[in-house]
Design a protein around this ligand. Structure first.
Ligand SMILES: *Cc1c(COP(=O)(O)O)cnc(C)c1O
Length: 300
């Protein structure tokens, strides 16, 4: 079953004024447009998990995330479409649900709140079990869709990337999308992952262990543009997002893609690319999370 129309994933050239023709081409793959709820890379990371779950008669998808998680709402929506129950284990306790969590509940997701301390163990084997004993036939999908099916599904994104591009740029969270893409793009294409958090360096090893033979080259992480940490922002970033929208008519999200494009602008200004380079930036969606800053933005 396909719940999204992939033809909506258009490639949009950016305004030449914005990049001052410092490279031969600068385009954006608009995965933010494929679906209002399941936007960006999330559908790709979930689709093979959902296929596996339905083919093997699982009844419930269990996953985890924070209060503004794009992955949680995408999982809630997709599970319902596939006729599966869903459970979201949420990091932290909330007196009032965030708009994202409310949307998850509206899609039928059962929310289970755990303390931040408990949540730090989320990658331990069997971690979720104690919270979900009352559900049957569970498929646990790690945060960020970070499993074999998630990586394979993310690899399907390579079909949108023509060989003409010398560089492909994406924002990194769990690293799942980067791994999937690196394993499926031609090895000579450069892949840059922008990390929107502090101390993202640990991802380097994690990603390396999942790359296929012969594909473990021509990728790098750029973690200089985190604005103080995951989910942190300041007025400079807001101004950048508003200017970017005015010049390119593309809305960016506050957590991932804004920091990537800000970083790219810096790299262009430093002349870190050559004028013959052809760059494709992947817009990985996440616009639902902008509700937390909606009064700051000229769009939304
Ligand atoms: C989840 C997400 C990412 C990170 O994807 P990973 O596969 O976890 O690295 C990037 N951008 C947006 C908008 C996201 O929602």
């Amino acid at each position: 079953m396909d719940i999204i129309d992939e033809r909506l994933a258009v490639i949009q050239p950016l305004n030449k004024f914005w990049y001052q023709k410092k490279v031969a081409a600068l385009d954006m793959l608009r995965l933010d447009q494929i679906h209002p709820v399941v936007s960006g890379n999330k559908w790709f990371k979930l689709r093979l998990n959902m296929k596996y779950a339905t083919e093997h008669n699982f009844k419930t998808i269990v996953t985890s995330g924070g209060g503004y998680s794009n992955h949680l709402i995408a999982t809630a929506f997709t599970s319902r479409k596939f006729g599966l129950a869903s459970v979201g284990i949420v990091r932290g306790k909330y007196d009032r649900l965030t708009p994202t969590l409310q949307a998850c509940r509206n899609e039928g997701m059962e929310l289970i709140f755990v303390t931040k301390e408990d949540y730090t163990n989320r990658n331990e084997p069997g971690w979720a079990n104690e919270f979900v004993r009352h559900f049957d036939e569970i498929l646990f999908v790690p945060e960020g869709g970070a499993n074999e099916w998630g990586r394979a599904g993310a690899g399907l994104l390579s079909r949108f990337v023509s060989d003409d591009y010398t560089h492909v740029l994406i924002a990194v969270g769990s690293g799942t999308t980067l791994i999937g893409l690196r394993n499926s793009l031609p090895a000579e294409q450069q892949l840059f992952g922008f990390v929107p958090m502090k101390e993202g360096a640990y991802l380097q090893n994690y990603i390396g262990t999942h790359l296929h033979e012969g594909k473990a080259k021509n990728w790098q992480l750029i973690d200089d543009y985190h604005f103080g940490g995951f989910g942190k922002w300041n007025q400079e970033l807001i101004r950048f997002m508003n200017d970017f929208y005015t010049e390119n008519k593309i809305p960016l999200d506050i957590v991932y893609t804004s920091k990537m494009m800000y970083g790219l602008q810096q790299l262009l200004q430093n002349n870190d690319f050559s004028v013959s380079d052809r760059i494709l930036c992947i817009h990985s969606g996440g616009l639902q999370g902008n509700i937390s800053v909606q009064n700051e933005l000229v769009y939304n």
